[in-house]
Design a protein. Sequence first.
Length: 383
Amino acid sequence: MKPLFTIATAAFCLVAASLSASAEAVKIGVIGIMSGAGATWGVAGVQGMQIAIDEVNKAGGLDINGTRQEVQLIVYDDQYKAAEAVAAYNRLVNEDKAKFIFTMSSASTLAIRDQVEADDVLVLTSAYTSKAIDSETKHIIRLYSTPQDYVPAIIGWMKAHLPGDKVVLVYPNDETGWDFANFSSKAFETSGYKIIGKELYDRAQKDFQPLMTRVIAQNPDVIDFGPTSPSTAGLILRQARELGYKGGVSALGGSGPREVVAAAGAAAAEGMVNMLYADHDNESYQALAKTFRDKIGQDPNELIVPYYDATRVLMRAMELSGEPENPEKVRAALSQALPMKSLQGEDIAFGGKATIGTDAQFMTVNYIGNIRNGEPVAVGLAK
């Protein structure tokens, strides 16, 4: 397995002379979803990290007790597969000697969880599954707020603004989908909805007409796609509309409303409720999106925001620890690095005990999104 890339940009080369010749680069590894259905998340997340690292390196690198150290990013593609994640993890730890690793999917995070707890590393994950972290977990941190933190607020908004109370869940048949279904079912019911059906599908699936025919026959008022990847959510939605479905839709776990619109069409996606990582009217987000667009040639998935912010938090903790090769000390310094202002101006705090039993999570602020005329509009905070 070869790394997809390492961060060694021309801009970094310009400041290399100012970095300590005796200090080795601090390595951050990523086990990302760089291909397949979730690639829009993986590419955005990795580029968010890269931009944050480039900013630090352009300023001279991390300030470690007065000595400057560069930061290097090493990325492997797990293709949304647990086996590939294990191979990538072993390569990062044993060959690349990375002490800090970001993971994206629930399946991949669970596949390496036991190894992580036994190794001298620190993992930051965006995995939704509640199984990733418990009160005994020492080496894994969640890099943003979980559905338990934001879904109730979004469902409450839906109940106040969408007609009807019957919901069908259409989720991926994997660890992410199973765990999300357990939580969202309770959240919908608490807000006065009735779950009248649950349908699971394979992430590689393309033809959803038989599945959606069954769903529509149940006459739901709302269909929630949960943690479905945005391109797939758009495909399912388009096929549902073609079959005559006219009710409400939501995607409470998967960011990417513009990808949904691209796949479904603006008319089909009109009124869809999303969780948003970004307020698209925020000037700081627009600047970050422009940097991504200039490099990649398209708009980013909103996952760029929490990965950009989390990388900044981690690098600040490295500086405060004084020992960026000591994961235990960096882990302890996270609570010193936070609270910190997010890219968009909201506070990022350190917590999680109320929902996951231990303080091992960056508490971030998300937005309630509503697609209007083909564009995501932030209609409130979800926290």
